[in-house]
Design a protein around this ligand. Structure first.
Ligand code: DX5
Ligand code: ZN
Length: 245
């Protein structure tokens, strides 16, 4: 078993996104992390559903769509129609998180819940039955290439313990922001199942090599973990055009 690496397209050349996506798939990558930013929740603007819809025609990668937008309910159906497989919504952007998560499921997609560095996972207690994945930010969202906030290691471990104690051993933890070959093993030892990487991944133009480097640097830490139920579940997710998993 290997960790899942989800390269963030935010660090790719935006003039060649389609080519990058198909090259990643050929290189053996399974997930693609798509950072949608609205210039309101975060101080940056990227792309929306039309770009994702174009990328969908280029690749069968699992589209892990990270919505850093205020009031995401307004756009869920658009992202589903564009070909997203999972919509990850921020706790800090939702007035009715319970309703939003169910709306994502009603569209046939996986629902991820993202938490900023300052947001505690205990706020999600009553949402857990409606969540497929927890995303813990390792930086304040908005930009690639930021320094990892070191207290996130403790947060990942504490979140894993919290989920396990409540009977959610099967819920995968994704860590986004500041991941690199220098800290990937430590993130996985703490409990990360899926690593998002933007700048660290794309600085290597050889995607096979970049992917393998993350997988091999984390293999020992993964072997030493007691349980990998969350990772096993996430490994089973595939892009399904008809939305039936
Ligand atoms: C940050 C984004 C991340 C970002 C990660 O707001 O959500 O996905 O692209 O980039 P790195 O790996 O460079 O921190
Ligand atoms: Zn992201």
């Amino acid at each position: 078993m290997n960790i899942i690496l989800s390269p963030s397209l935010l660090s790719a050349d935006f003039a060649s996104l389609g080519h990058v996506a198909s090259s990643l798939e050929k290189a053996g990558v399974a997930w693609l992390h798509l950072d949608v930013m609205d210039g309101a929740f975060v101080p940056n603007i990227t792309f929306g559903a039309p770009v994702i819809s174009c990328l969908r025609k280029q690749t069968g990668l699992f589209f892990d769509v990270h919505l850093m937008i205020e009031a995401p309910d307004r756009y869920l159906a658009d992202f589903a129609a564009a070909g997203a497989d999972m919509l990850v919504v921020h706790m800090e952007t939702m007035r009715h998180a319970h309703k939003t998560l169910q709306a994502i499921h009603d569209l046939g997609l996986k629902a991820g819940l993202a938490l900023n560095p300052g947001t505690d996972f205990s706020h999600c207690r009553w949402l857990l039955p409606y969540v497929d994945l927890m995303l813990l930010m390792g930086v304040n969202p908005g930009f690639s290439g930021q320094k990892f906030i070191s207290q996130t290691y403790v947060k990942i471990g504490a979140c894993r313990k919290y989920l396990d104690e409540l009977g959610y051993e099967h819920l995968p933890i994704q860590v986004d922001g500041g991941a690199s070959l220098a800290n990937a093993a430590e993130l996985v030892a703490a409990g990360a199942d899926i690593l998002v990487s933007g700048s660290a991944f794309f600085k290597n133009p050889d995607y096979v090599d970049a992917h393998n480097a993350f997988i091999s640097s984390t293999s020992e830490a993964l072997d030493n973990r007691k349980s990998c139920q969350g990772l096993e579940r996430a490994q089973s997710w595939r892009h399904c055009p008809d939305g039936s998993y």
